[in-house]
Design a protein around this ligand. Structure first.
Ligand code: TRH
Length: 370
């Protein structure tokens, strides 16, 4: 199959994060010839070392990367499949070329746990010009498009999580100093934090400082800039700042942590695949629409009430509940229950076909009907 994936970076890193992961998964896993069109190569370069932000065209990871500029190369025309991520509208000239070949046209939607997704997944939209666009919804059930998960992920994760030396060697390679690694070795809880500026991080630091079990914090550079001040308090957890790393190393970071605070869409799913307790900060939307999406996911997430309460507090900092909620969720019995639920959540999701397999099958079916 020859496919074009179109990605417009709205903000943050999730749009390119999802598209890059999908492109690599289809190129490597399904052997597709993938052309990935990206408008903002600077954001791409932040999460993928080796990306040249000025290059009109480059190859990386078996993917042909096209800078989606205002004047796309007219020689680049539609082939078998067009994947439009998050309704980003491919260039008009490219859509003209689609009218000549009538490719499978997929609109890859944002992830939601809401029930209506199942009834919309896979539906066609017939356009006046004769082209048909199909809506492909990621999701948590077999009645959706599923979630991206590479084969062999569980085994690689289990190997790393079973070895403190492997983990500390990896963290040392990211610049984490020996004092922090020693604390981990002595049983400190490792907390990773990837959040939006609105997250109540001071309350988190306060609760971790008060907790019987010491913690260490691993935080990417630029995230929660006020954290250095909060962690300067007596007995506060030491803070290790990390560089932005490529997605496979970001996965390894999540696997090294006991508790992962994540955000958006892609890191949220990658933390689930770490099979460890996670706190999700959902991408904020107007009129609190994001809280409905959060509740829809919490209804599926089999963690104890104390974990649900912490996740809600984290997404509604104005309620001032975070510090108390952290203490309750980390209490030994609650923590054990949450850890078991995290393993169950990963295993139950791992049993479903991954999004790339579902997408490849979906496009193969469409090709048969052409
Ligand atoms: O960056 P985000 O907040 O992106 C968001 C969401 O995708 C949201 O759905 C979307 O509406 C909004 O953008 C526009 O969070 P997310 O989804 O976790 O994407 C971050 C990506 O960055 C993810 O693929 C992981 C990757 N990453 C790395 O590869 N290395 C790193 O060091 C870090 C910190 C992140």
């Amino acid at each position: 199959m020859q496919a074009d994936i179109f990605c417009r970076v709205v903000d943050n890193y999730g749009d390119i994060g999802v598209c890059w992961r999908l492109a690599r998964r289809l190129a490597r896993g399904s052997g597709w010839d993938i052309r990935l069109w990206v408008d903002d190569l600077a954001s791409f370069a932040r999460i993928q070392p080796g990306i040249a932000p000025q290059a009109a065209r480059q190859q990386l990871g078996g993917v042909d990367i096209v800078h989606w500029s205002d004047a796309p190369d007219p020689a680049l025309t539609a082939r078998d499949v067009v994947i439009e991520a998050f309704a980003c509208d491919p260039p008009p000239a490219f859509v003209d070329s689609m009218r000549r070949v009538h490719p499978a046209w997929i609109n890859l939607e944002y992830l939601s746990a809401e029930a209506w997704v199942e009834s919309c997944h896979g539906l066609p939209s017939q356009r006046p010009d004769g082209l048909v666009k199909h809506f492909f919804f990621p999701g948590f059930t077999a009645a959706t498009g599923g979630l991206l998960r590479e084969p062999g992920l569980s085994a690689e994760r289990d190997a790393m999580q079973s070895s403190m030396d492997l983990q500390n060697g990896f963290l040392r390679s990211l610049g984490v100093d020996d004092a922090v690694l020693l604390r981990r070795h002595d049983g400190a809880r490792t907390v990773s934090l990837f959040c939006y500026p609105t997250a109540p991080v001071d309350a988190l630091v306060q609760a971790l400082t008060a907790d019987a079990r010491p913690s260490v914090l691993l935080v990417p550079e630029g995230v929660a800039p006020g954290l250095e001040a909060a962690c300067a308090a007596p007995d506060a957890p030491p803070l290790a700042r990390l560089p932005f790393v490529a997605q496979p190393d970001f996965d390894r970071l999540l696997w090294c942590a006991d508790l992962n605070f994540v955000r958006g869409e892609d890191s949220f799913i990658r933390a689930a695949w770490a099979a460890r307790p996670l706190v999700w900060q959902i991408y904020p939307q107007d009129e609190n629409i994001h809280l409905e999406k959060l509740d829809a996911w919490l209804a599926r997430y089999p963690a104890p009430d104390s974990a649900h309460a912490l996740i809600r507090a984290w997404n509604q900092p104005e309620t001032g509940q975070t510090a108390a909620a952290v203490a309750q969720a980390l209490a030994p019995d609650a923590w054990q229950a949450w850890s078991a639920a995290a393993r169950h959540w990963d295993a139950s999701q791992a049993a479903l076909p991954d999004l790339a397999e579902n997408l490849a099958d979906f496009c193969a079916d469409l090709a048969k009907k052409r």
